[in-house]
Ligand binder design. Structure first.
Ligand SMILES: [Zn+2]
Length: 100
């Protein structure tokens, strides 16, 4: 177990991506096998902050933003929209726009 953790740390692979909104983010792409494809896709997308701003506007009325376990989201709120980039691998939670 200890070894695995060490390996994933050693392999962590951050790249700087400039998004179409002009913002730059350091993205860890060590866990994907489709690196060039993923990078190209991201460059034609908004950064996390801009995505969140757009989505917060879209879901501003009639929704509550709630942080919950990913498992609960899948089970109880499968039709709700998960906030872009909100997955936290440490406690396995996501932010979900839940209709009021
Ligand atoms: Zn941006």
């Amino acid at each position: 177990m200890q070894n695995n953790n060490m390996n994933s740390y050693m392999n962590s692979n951050f790249v700087q991506i400039r998004f179409k909104c002009g913002h730059v983010e350091n993205i860890d792409i060590s866990r994907t096998k489709l690196k060039p494809v993923l990078i190209r896709k991201m460059e034609h997308d908004y950064c996390t902050a801009c995505w969140n701003k757009l989505e917060d506007q879209k879901y501003a009325v009639g929704y509550n933003l709630e942080r919950m376990f990913y498992g609960r989201y899948k089970e109880e709120f499968p039709d709700c929209h998960m906030r872009h980039g909100s997955y936290n691998p440490v406690d396995r939670t996501v932010e979900v726009y839940v209709p009021i």
